[in-house]
Write a protein that binds this ligand. Structure first.
Ligand SMILES: NC(=O)c1ccc[n+]([C@@H]2O[C@H](COP(=O)([O-])OP(=O)(O)OC[C@H]3O[C@@H](n4cnc5c(N)ncnc54)[C@H](OP(=O)(O)O)[C@@H]3O)[C@@H](O)[C@H]2O)c1
Length: 438
């Protein structure tokens, strides 16, 4: 019988405790699938006395999680602590330096340091795996690396943050305002006390940058993800979108574009955006509600692939972590980003102005004659053609004007917004949301 694969587990919170439960519950099945026993040998967290609902007595305890990398009874280090830097990163580096494979669910760390870590792992001949870092329990990394490996991926996009999707779909169902639904989500534990990473699109940006690198064979480039969140969305926007045949979803969207000039050389222009989009009601993503995640990958031979499931939670995330461990037990090391780091294409951010599409613009304006004419003139001067327009008064308060444009260049919409900037007719800056192309 092959020797057991010995695991050290750093972090015993939601995901860490879930991994212990999964490995204990499915022990026999894992041994059969992996071809060898998967055995936890050492664990670490901050508080040794905390009740985690799992029995830790069979495992050695380390106060200093980074010390687990040097243990002789450990083959694979699993990091489930979080944070882009700090002890998680130290542990990752030490594990690789000690010739140990490394598994993580930490999207922040992979987004910021993934390329450097992957380079070190490749040089050391060890595995670095992070299935759980993108869309939790959904096997989207495996789907892109393996199932869709034969395709040029034309576009990858999806709902990558369960908190935002919960908030938006609850606003849709109840008509409640953003702040009330956020407070409720915090009370129920769906949103963090400091929700900014989620609602400002940063968490989705981490995941998008990782997914884009694997989908397009490009160097991971989190710094150039254009991220915008859902704070400014009003229940009135959701009602207007509904009337026009759309729902609003926070999407991460990426594609590559041909280099714009010869000076680019091998550099690939990578478009990466996390924004609230208007999604046509007949698109599959329009029916993804609550905390669920979903990813669409469009392959040049496979056509549209849809991956959907739980993007978080102890069970689903543990499922993805242990799938990586099984791969390592089977000897499947592979390059962390599917292609060796030295062969990933360098990237530069794509220009957005020439992108075409329809957009939703919403203005909060003062209630006085001539304001609509001012908006219409700005659209005309910027070359934006209006498909539909709705105006809604709200008693003594500002008037809401929502419009959908005909297909046109994003640069024109940007220009219209610029022309209106500083106008005393506007109560706040216009909100622009793009409409998802089918
Ligand atoms: N929760 C999810 O559904 C989910 C989904 C996908 C990915 N992830 C990722 O998985 C990772 C873990 O998330 P989680 O939700 O399980 O977090 P969590 O519940 O907050 O657990 C974090 C664990 O790390 C331990 N820890 C924190 N700082 C430490 C330190 N300096 N030394 C040793 N241990 C330390 C904590 O110890 P104590 O318990 O003693 O305080 C705790 O056990 C994060 O990277 C997260 O982004 C989570």
């Amino acid at each position: 019988m092959t020797e057991p694969l010995r695991i050290a587990l750093a972090g015993l919170g939601t995901v860490g405790a879930g991994v212990i439960r999964l490995i204990e519950t499915n022990a026999d099945l894992l041994t059969r699938r992996a071809g060898r026993e998967i055995r936890i040998t050492a664990v670490s967290a901050r508080d040794r006395g905390k009740d985690r609902g799992v029995d830790l007595s069979p495992y050695a305890w380390e106060d200093d999680m980074t010390a687990m990398a040097a243990r002789d009874d450990v083959d694979v280090v699993v990091e489930l602590v979080g944070g882009s830097d700090g002890p998680a990163l130290t542990l990752a580096r030490r594990a690789v330096a000690q010739g140990k494979s490394f598994v993580t669910a930490n999207k922040a760390m992979v987004a910021h340091h993934g390329l450097a870590l992957a380079r070190e792992a490749e040089a050391a001949g060890v595995a670095m795996k992070f299935e759980a870092a993108v869309a939790g329990g959904i096997p989207v990394i495996k789907g892109l690396r393996e199932g869709a490996a034969a395709n040029a991926i034309e576009r990858v996009y999806g709902i990558l943050n369960g908190t935002c999707n919960y908030i938006l779909s609850t606003m849709e169902d109840t008509g409640a305002d953003f702040a009330d639904v956020l407070a409720e989500a915090q009370a129920m534990g769906y949103a963090e006390a400091d929700p900014s990473f989620d609602i400002d699109g940063i968490d989705a940006g981490h995941k998008l940058s990782i997914m884009a690198s694997i989908a397009f064979g490009t160097e991971l480039d989190f710094a150039n993800v254009g991220a915008d969140g859902i704070r400014r969305i009003l229940s009135a926007d959701i009602a207007q979108a509904d009337a026009l045949g759309y729902v609003i979803r926070l999407l991460g969207m990426a594609n590559v574009e041909p280099a714009t000039d010869a000076a680019d050389g091998d550099t690939v222009r990578l478009f990466q955006r996390v924004h609230p989009f208007l999604v046509p009601k007949d698109h599959p993503l329009a029916h993804v509600d609550g905390a669920t995640n979903a990813v669409v990958a469009e392959g040049n031979f496979s056509g549209r692939l849809l991956f959907q499931g739980a993007g978080a939670g102890d069970g689903p995330t543990a499922s993805a972590v242990v799938a990586d461990i099984i791969d390592i037990a089977r000897g499947e090391i592979g390059a962390p980003f599917s292609i060796p780091v030295s062969e990933l294409n360098p990237t530069a951010p794509a220009q957005t102005g020439h992108r075409t599409g329809k957009a939703y613009l919403r203005f909060q304006v003062v209630d006085k004659p001539g304001v609509l004419a001012e908006l219409a003139a700005a659209m005309r001067d910027a070359g934006v053609s209006i498909e539909s327009l709705i105006q809604k008064g709200a008693g003594d308060g500002p008037v809401l004007v929502a419009m959908v444009t005909h297909e046109g260049e994003e640069a024109c919409v940007d220009k219209a917004v610029e022309l209106l900037s500083g106008s005393p007719s506007l109560v706040e800056a216009p909100l622009v949301m793009h409409i998802l192309k089918q």
